[in-house]
Design a protein around this ligand. Structure first.
Ligand code: PLP
Length: 391
């Protein structure tokens, strides 16, 4: 006896911390029949994706490839390939994802040195400088560009310069910035950078683009020990993505179709236009929320365009609001993570989700739902303020 299929689930407007909305073009690409992972036609797709990723990362790095796995696989790829037991590493921590990088560094058997800032604030370069002056000889300095747990955009240039001056590699998490904010790998001297497909690239989760500078590749080549992870070992994976085309693991064909199409969409839109779009929609959302007395929880002047960390007003019940939005209005927003749980909402405006329609919809939804949860709102004020930003 067959039971009713749970597919399809309801159609949601995805305004959380990822996955973001995916365009019809990408969904159609995912229904294209498979070819083999060594088929010459697939190899052409791989080469095209590499070129498009170099465009997205603003880099000429030869080693620029999508790892099989979500953003966390990219994070792990950077550390397991660059660190050997006994190495020192500095990790900047101001939220959940910095904490995770530190965890991975320790699992690599490396000596961890933390540079911390309160959640919701940027890492101050003076604090990194102080750590470097304490006599650490780090092999790498790692920082999160877009801290999705707090909505903070980290300035990278000074931190990168300090890392370089100390002879360390500069590792950057660009999971929530790539495709939404400028990420200039070559100009900013980034040595290893990773992202994920389901945030501003607007593709389903499943691949993790990474790029390694020639300096980072040298470090990889000079390892004395094998990379701790077999699956994420770039010395083997580069033989599949490079000219040798040697089998390592079967590339997720369908996900690669999706990423290629998503990157084509980005190329057609143009990176600059895309960044401006993300900025504008963030400004409109922020203005709309301010008009009903709701502020952002992240440091002024360092707020992400792709992820808005919103202060939950008064005694409003976090879970109740999110549940009404989801179940009655089919709008997903995220709750706070870690120490911000119950204190913030996370409204993602990433990739396809970053649009005037999303902003106006979520603001009018909040105007409607918040009074039911004990927070008085002047009807129409938020939407009107956002519309003024759009002009
Ligand atoms: C989402 C995210 C990750 C992890 O990506 P997954 O796809 O969930 O594995 C890592 N870093 C940041 C900053 C993220 O936002």
């Amino acid at each position: 006896m067959s039971t009713r299929s749970p597919l399809p689930p309801p159609e949601r407007l995805l305004l959380g911390p990822g996955p973001s909305m995916v365009s019809q073009r990408v969904l159609r690409a995912m229904s294209i029949p498979l070819v083999g992972h060594l088929d010459p036609a697939f190899l052409q797709i791989m080469d095209d994706t590499k070129r498009l990723l170099q465009m997205a990362f603003q880099t000429r790095n030869e080693m620029t490839i999508p790892m099989s796995g979500t953003g966390s696989a990219g994070m792990e790829t950077c550390f397991v390939n660059l660190l050997e037991p006994g190495d020192e590493a500095i990790v900047c921590i101001n939220g959940v994802f910095g904490t995770r990088m530190a965890d991975i560094v320790e699992r690599c058997g490396a000596k961890l040195c933390k540079v911390e800032a309160p959640w919701g604030r940027i890492i101050e370069s003076a604090d990194l400088k102080a750590a470097l002056n304490r006599g650490t000889k780090p092999k790498l300095v790692a920082v999160v560009h877009a801290e999705t747990s707090t909505g903070v955009l980290q300035p990278l240039e000074e931190i990168g310069a300090l890392a370089r001056a100390a002879g360390a590699l500069f590792v950057v998490d660009a999971v929530t910035s790539l495709g939404g904010h400028p990420v200039r790998v070559d100009d900013w001297g980034i040595d290893a950078c990773y992202s994920g497909t389901q945030k501003c690239l607007s593709c389903p989760p499943g691949l993790s683009p990474v790029t390694f500078s020639p300096r980072a590749v040298d470090v990889l080549r000079q390892r004395k020990t094998k990379v701790q992870s077999w699956y994420l070992d770039l010395t083997m994976i580069e033989k599949y993505w490079g000219n040798d085309r040697v089998y390592h693991h079967t590339a997720p064909i369908t996900m690669n179709y999706a990423l290629n199409e998503a990157l084509r969409i980005i190329e057609e839109e143009g990176l600059e236009t895309r960044w401006t779009r993300h900025q504008k929609n963030h400004q409109a959302l922020k203005a709309g929320l301010a008009a009903i007395g709701i502020g952002l929880a992240s440091q002024e002047n360092h707020q992400l365009w792709s992820l808005n960390s919103v202060q939950i007003p008064g005694d409003v019940d976090d879970a109740k609001v999110r549940s009404i939005l989801l179940n009655e209005l089919n709008i997903e927003i995220g709750g706070g993570l870690g120490v911000l749980k119950g204190k913030t909402w996370r409204i993602g405006l990433m990739g396809e989700s970053s649009s005037p329609a999303s902003v106006l919809l979520v603001l009018s939804a909040l105007e409607r739902v918040l009074p039911r949860c004990g927070y008085k709102v002047e009807g129409g004020a938020a939407v009107a303020a956002a519309e003024r930003v759009y002009g």
